[in-house]
Design a protein around this ligand. Structure first.
Ligand code: ZN
Length: 204
């Protein structure tokens, strides 16, 4: 079975270097959820590490500010202009700083609203986005699924899951509370690599 490792919340902070270097050393392919704002002042070593290993890393658009509040989120109950700036701003700063042109998106907290549907259409038609990480049954799932992006479903508890669908594993190695958690994640990924074929969103 194929598996995609979705690693959220990459801010290009120096603390992220250890995990990224591990992936490079072990050749473990990872989809990195990039927060655009982090690229305004990235750690230069982390930036170089990502840039030099784009065969291992796929980068996906994970918003510009990564707002996750109780009552509103980056793509939930925010206005259309804000959402468009978030997606386009992240797309452009990633392209400028890494040379990489993202084609996949995943929302903070997997939350979206009716404005997101309009912005996703722009992402698809103007920037060529084709993949969306999401959870079946999440906020506005039915509406955004109409946009026609290929949905990489985080939930496998559905009878619509087939052998050909990659299994998606969502991890948060960059916001781990302590070193122990990061080491556990590394161990798990090493085990997963021995069992599954790890692929990137762009390889679907
Ligand atoms: Zn996130």
């Amino acid at each position: 079975m194929k598996i995609i490792i979705k690693a959220d919340d990459c801010w290009f902070h120096y603390r992220e270097k250890d995990f990224l270097q591990f992936c490079v050393d072990k050749k473990i392919k990872i989809a990195l959820g990039i927060v655009g704002k982090g690229l305004e002042k990235p750690d230069q070593e982390v930036l170089q590490l990502v840039k030099n290993n784009l065969d291992i890393f796929d980068l996906f658009n994970h918003s510009y500010n990564h707002v996750v509040e109780k009552d509103f989120k980056e793509f939930f109950k925010t206005d259309l202009e804000y959402q468009e700036k978030s997606i386009v701003g992240t797309h452009n700063i990633v392209k400028e700083k890494t040379g990489y042109e993202m084609k996949t998106i995943g929302f903070p907290a997997n939350a979206s609203d009716e404005n997101t549907k309009k912005v996703l259409k722009i992402a698809k038609e103007k920037y060529g986005y084709n993949n969306l990480f999401n959870v079946r049954g999440s906020y506005n799932y039915n509406e955004i699924s109409e946009v026609g992006l290929n949905i990489l479903n985080l939930s496998i508890t559905t009878n619509q899951f087939t052998e050909d669908d990659p299994c998606i594993l969502q991890i948060h190695p960059f916001s781990a509370r302590d070193e122990h958690q990061v080491e556990m994640t590394k161990l798990r990924l090493t085990a997963i690599q021995n069992i599954y074929k790890i692929i990137l969103p762009r390889e679907i």
